[in-house]
Design a protein around this ligand. Structure first.
Ligand SMILES: *[C@@H]1O[C@H](CO)[C@@H](O)[C@H](O)[C@H]1NC(C)=O
Ligand SMILES: *[C@@H]1O[C@H](CO)[C@@H](O)[C@H](O)[C@H]1NC(C)=O
Ligand SMILES: *[C@@H]1O[C@H](CO)[C@@H](O)[C@H](O)[C@H]1NC(C)=O
Ligand SMILES: *[C@@H]1O[C@H](CO)[C@@H](O)[C@H](O)[C@H]1NC(C)=O
Ligand SMILES: *[C@@H]1O[C@H](CO)[C@@H](O)[C@H](O)[C@H]1NC(C)=O
Ligand SMILES: *[C@@H]1O[C@H](CO)[C@@H](O)[C@H](O)[C@H]1NC(C)=O
Ligand SMILES: *[C@@H]1O[C@H](CO)[C@@H](O)[C@H](O)[C@H]1NC(C)=O
Length: 630
């Protein structure tokens, strides 16, 4: 254009604009984006049916974000919106200014339309994980040079992994796990790629050199070979040896308690070894240790591979020497020692933020919960002081620490065992046909119990907080009374050991997980209340922010939409549900000063609880039994 004089250049410019306008009359204006979204809505339904379609602009619709001047849609985020069916052509692909597309955690199926990506030249983030999409990745994806994050995991995609990914030079995340991709992995030359996962597909052949430094867990569940996996390519002998080891592993794995026992013995022996006890055996057992490296496979989960280098033979005498290690609190009349604990049959309850929890049944029949801490950054003296502090705290809505064991390598906490599992499991587990709905009274009672527990903690001093309030830390007794667990443990762990899973509950001002204020606890408690009301897990996917989601739905006056469908079957509880929702929203206020105290929260929940008792129509059984008998 430089060759033209100014006048000509201008004319040409106008002509090009006009031409564009004539050929694609509506590509970049908000009306065409609106039309595309309406066509999508008609095809996939779900909660986007609640969009106010009389509104002339789509910019106020839930999940739709526009450019600052509202001239085009730049983000479409519809996670967990109950969308189903297939994506039609000429819908999303018409949103030509789209930068973020998130349709994760829906029930969308069928192949992606071939044109899906051809016009989305500004797309940076693509989240399609946890759907039922099938077929191959359309080639149009590989022309989107601006892509930074791609997550297609947990779908039913098939076909090869294209070397076209090499076109996406800004890619930092490529998640393709849990699909049916087949063939070999192409050499990927992507300097920014940090997160990469192709596990649980149908891939074969050698892992390319450029990916050999990714973690093992990025490749498992395929027929791949080479680094970083243990099986090198094309060595028959080696393969045979491995499968023998796997069989041995499964046999060992079926005795669940052994995992705990072996690892404890290992740590204990190391301690005693340094003190000179059992030194005689040390030389011999070191050799054994090297020989007997094997894989122990968990009973229920083939995915959780635990590596143990251990040998149980000849260690019993060493255990005997380690009796007096346990420090008890309170007078429960508990009378057992470390040896009894090691002999107990153990079962893995779960892997939490601070370590693995086991249910241990002692020979006397006593059942306790044992938590094996990992990554404790605190010194031993400080740790013991901390335990004394936690051990003193006692309340009917808290899970009391009853004993602990501590040496340089191993830290164990012993708690009372709470039989009905966690609130998280109750809300999110067993979504299938056999599920018993969790009724309103039970939910409010759990909220109240948990609030009382946290309130009590806060009453112990202005600096005392829980630090890790979340639904998996609310345990339930047989009568569904809430008991809060894991209090005070957040301070034990370093920054690095705090996984993202807690971040869904974490107040925005918290930067150091070791320093969580009482008001930050209130925020986490607010998220917990929202979870009880919506049955949505704040942590179920990366980037999902439950408070923000609730805020956006409520702002659009679809308050009824936020509630768990299970609750909507009960009558006359709407008012109480909205009161609890309001309280939860107050708790998750952006600024700590705006949040109520835990005492205020508790008294409000108590009011709601009493109201639900006075008007006991919340239970479907009551409704039915209120009908006149024929
Ligand atoms: C998408 O754009 C194409 C081409 O511009 C047009 O034919 C189609 O009608 C648009 N789709 C919708 C749903 O507006
Ligand atoms: C839907 O949008 C129209 C037009 O903007 C508005 O008048 C109406 O009040 C909205 N309806 C609801 C339920 O928000
Ligand atoms: C854009 O749309 C949103 C939602 O409808 C509205 O709140 C905002 O004021 C609009 N911005 C402009 C610049 O018109
Ligand atoms: C996934 O695809 C396979 C074939 O590749 C098919 O047999 C299976 O039914 C599909 N599963 C779902 C849930 O769509
Ligand atoms: C990669 O980009 C080039 C040039 O932009 C293009 O010609 C090629 O088709 C792309 N590769 C694939 C697999 O789409
Ligand atoms: C795995 O890939 C092979 C071809 O590479 C194919 O024959 C087989 O059906 C695939 N299996 C599954 C479960 O997709
Ligand atoms: C890869 O995905 C699998 C299955 O979802 C998961 O178990 C594993 O931890 C992931 N690994 C990495 C490095 O993301």
């Amino acid at each position: 254009m430089r060759q033209f004089n100014h006048h000509h250049g201008r004319l040409l410019h106008t002509a090009v604009l006009l031409l564009l306008f004539l050929i694609r009359p509506s590509t970049s204006d908000i009306a065409s984006d609106r039309a595309a979204l309406l066509a999508l809505r008609a095809a996939v339904g779900g909660r986007i049916l609640l969009w106010n379609i009389s509104s002339p602009t789509p910019c106020s619709w839930a999940g739709v974000n526009c450019s600052p001047d509202n001239s085009s849609v730049i983000e479409l985020r519809l996670p967990g919106m109950g969308l189903s069916g297939t994506l039609p052509a000429n819908t999303i692909s018409n949103l030509t200014n789209l930068q973020t597309l998130s349709l994760r955690y829906n029930a969308l199926s069928g192949p992606l339309p071939a044109d899906l990506f051809s016009s989305l030249l500004l797309l940076r983030s693509l989240y399609l994980h946890q759907n039922f999409f099938s077929g191959e990745i359309p080639d149009s994806l590989f022309s989107l040079k601006s892509l930074v994050r791609v997550n297609l995991a947990e779908n039913n995609f098939s076909g090869p992994i294209s070397s076209g990914f090499n076109n996406l030079t800004h890619l930092t995340t490529l998640y393709l796990q849990e699909n049916h991709f087949s063939g070999s992995i192409p050499e990927l030359n992507l300097p920014s790629l940090v997160q990469f996962n192709v596990s649980y597909n149908n891939l074969t052949g050698k892992i390319p050199k450029g990916l050999s430094r990714k973690p093992k867990s990025s490749f498992v569940g395929n027929s791949l070979c080479g680094d970083p996996l243990d099986n090198s390519c094309g060595s028959e002998k080696h393969k045979k040896k491995l499968s023998d080891a796997a069989i041995a592993g499964i046999v060992v794995g079926s005795v669940l308690g052994l995992v705990l026992i072996l690892s404890l013995v290992f740590c204990l022996r190391r301690k005693l070894g340094t003190k000179g006890v059992g030194r005689k055996k040390e030389g011999a057992s070191k050799e054994k240790e090297v020989e007997d490296s094997m894989e122990i496979q968990g009973k229920n989960s083939t995915r959780d591979k635990v590596k143990e280098k251990e040998k149980e033979k000849g260690e019993v005498s060493v255990i005997n020497a380690g009796k007096k290690g346990l420090v008890f609190f309170g007078n429960m009349g508990w009378n057992f020692d470390l040896e009894d604990l090691l002999r107990a049959s153990a079962e893995v309850l779960g892997k939490g933020t601070f370590g693995t929890a086991y249910k241990a049944v002692l020979e006397t029949g006593l059942t306790v919960a044992v938590k094996r801490l990992r990554d404790v950054i605190m010194g031993e003296k400080e740790f013991r002081e901390k335990m004394e502090e936690i051990g003193k705290i006692n309340h009917e809505n808290l899970v009391p620490l009853r004993a602990y064991y501590c040496n340089r390598n191993e830290k164990l906490l012993v708690f009372e065992y709470v039989p009905m599992g966690s609130l998280s499991a109750l809300l999110h587990g067993n979504k299938g046909a056999g599920r018993t709905p969790l009724n309103w009274e039970t939910r409010v009672a759990i909220a109240l119990g948990a609030a009382e527990g946290v309130s009590f903690l806060h009453s112990q001093g202005p600096k005392i907080s829980h630090g890790s309030i979340k639904s998996s830390n609310i345990l339930l007794t047989r009568s569904y009374e809430a008991r809060v667990s894991d209090f005070g443990l957040a301070q034990l762990a370093g920054l690095t050991s705090t996984p993202n899973r807690v971040s869904g509950y974490r107040a925005p001002e918290v930067t150091d997980p070791c320093e969580v204020s009482q008001k930050a606890d209130v925020y986490s408690f607010g998220v917990l209340l929202l979870e009880l009301l919506t049955a949505k897990a704040p942590t179920h996917e990366e980037g999902f922010n439950l408070p923000r989601w609730v805020e956006s739905v409520v702002k659009d006056e679809w308050t009824a939409e936020v509630f768990d469908l299970e609750l909507l079957r009960y009558q006359n509880i709407e008012e109480d549900m909205v009161r609890l929702l309001q309280l939860a929203v107050d708790c998750v206020a952006q600024y700590p000063d705006k949040r109520p105290s835990m005492v205020e929260v508790t008294s409000k929940i108590k009011e709601i609880y009493c109201s639900s008792l006075h008007d006991p129509s919340g239970d479907i059984v009551n409704v039915v039994s209120a009908l006149p008998t024929p």
